[in-house]
Design a protein around this ligand. Structure first.
Ligand SMILES: [Zn+2]
Length: 60
């Protein structure tokens, strides 16, 4: 069973591929995640124009 966080990450990897800046579609879905224990931050850097996007979630 995937955890809710894994499901969330997968959702971004599969649905949020298109860069809003340049329109590049990143089929690899290069989202990275980091956490400080209280929040989890998903970040994507566009391989075409280097625009970065972040989604932040509070845990618990
Ligand atoms: Zn881009």
């Amino acid at each position: 069973m995937p955890t809710p966080l894994e499901r969330l990450r997968r959702r971004y990897e599969t649905t949020d591929k298109k860069c809003p800046e340049c329109g590049y579609v990143d089929e690899e879905g290069n989202w990275t995640s980091r956490t400080d224990g209280r929040r989890i931050v998903y970040r994507h850097v566009c391989p075409s124009c280097d625009a970065s996007r972040e989604h932040t979630f509070t845990l618990g």
